[in-house]
Design a protein around this ligand. Structure first.
Ligand code: ATP
Length: 325
């Protein structure tokens, strides 16, 4: 379980002034700019949850993950991972934790993938039998054998990400922190990574906290999403209710078995439903489903003739997020 209470992180950066040796003088300067990267954040993640952590560039996502993983020390507030303080009890915590930073590999650049795995297995004290079993399991799913003997620097981005994910699972952690694991990947590579993450969560019960800028990752993987903006948590709830609460219109297109009277359409007025298109046998409306339920809309439209078909188009998730940011 992950528990975060009133978490706060500020970064102090020395002010650099113009003039000669400016950089050097800044080192000894007493003037600082202070950046509040994470401000008073609290949340709790239960075992087995798959949570998306999203926000615009510079919002504070990576800083939060680094504090959860014990890489950064909070300025104030509390973090508990499986009941332990990740900074003070780093060794015990990392044994139960897998971390992947999409922008940076944890593997050794010049070594073949298998050598990196051997080193990690030693570092995490994974015995040979467990290592073998896990490799058999994950190497097959992630297709690691394809580049087993290749130095990491020669891997494609997609291969490198698969290798990193496999490495993060080597010591069988129950919690995974993933910071942009699909960044820069093509459609196929993204699909592979997503199915692996789905499997880890659904079949292996891993708890996953995922940061990403790809809203398809969130829609396809996460049951819950937390939004951070300017260091503050601005939303924590289901993807479904985020979509509903934001109030973007749903498009509903109804087809009728027979022609409808255009006078009905012309007379129609409802503050939450707007007709945006119609033909002799179809009508398309934009509805704010915060204010009117789908069944009510269909009941209204059904008064004009017998319905043949109904198509619904939910607001695009990218647009929803754009509104939240
Ligand atoms: N070591 C540091 N020193 C000073 N400022 C920092 C440091 N690390 C992060 N920051 C600042 O803290 C803020 C939050 O950064 P963070 O990397 O957590 O954002 P992010 O949400 O992960 O962004 P992105 O989506 O671009 O990766 C930013 O304004 C960043 O410039």
């Amino acid at each position: 379980m992950i528990e975060v209470q009133g978490l706060h992180k500020e970064f102090k950066t020395p002010v650099v002034k113009d003039g000669s040796f400016a950089g050097l003088r800044a080192l000894f300067s007493r003037e600082y700019t202070v950046k509040q990267a994470v401000q008073n954040i609290s949340f709790r993640i239960e075992p087995g949850e798959f949570v998306g952590y999203i926000g615009p560039n510079g919002a504070g996502k990576s800083t939060t993950i680094k504090m959860l993983a014990g890489i950064l020390h909070p300025s104030s507030g509390n973090v508990r991972v499986n009941g332990m303080d990740p900074h003070q009890q780093r060794r015990q915590v990392v044994r139960r934790l897998g971390v992947v930073f999409g922008q940076r590999s944890q593997l050794w650049w010049d070594l073949p993938v298998k050598d990196s795995y051997d080193i990690l297995a030693k570092m995490y004290r994974v015995d040979d039998k467990d290592k073998h079993e896990r490799l058999e399991e994950f190497a097959a799913i992630l297709d690691l054998k394809e580049f087993w003997d290749t130095p990491v620097r020669k891997l494609s981005l997609g291969q490198r990400m698969r290798a990193d994910l496999g490495a993060a699972m080597l010591h069988n952690p129950d919690i995974l922190f993933l910071d942009e694991p699909t960044i820069g990947l093509d459609v196929n590579a993204k699909r592979n990574i997503r199915s692996f993450l789905k499997l880890l969560n659904k079949d292996f019960g891993k708890t996953i906290l995922l940061t990403t800028h790809d809203m398809d990752d969130i829609e396809q993987l996460c049951s819950r999403v937390m939004v951070i903006n300017h260091g503050q948590l601005t939303y924590d709830g289901t993807v479904k209710s985020l979509r509903e609460n934001i109030g973007l219109p749903t498009i509903i297109k109804v087809s009728y078995l027979e022609n409808i009277k255009s006078s009905n359409v012309a007379k129609f007025h409802h503050e939450a439903v707007k007709v945006i298109d119609h033909t002799e046998r179809t009508i398309t409306v934009e509805a704010n489903r915060n204010r009117i339920g789908t069944m009510q809309i269909l009941a209204q439209l059904g008064e004009w003739g017998e319905l043949a078909d109904v198509e619904m188009q939910e607001p695009d998730f990218e647009d929803v997020i754009h509104k939240v940011y």
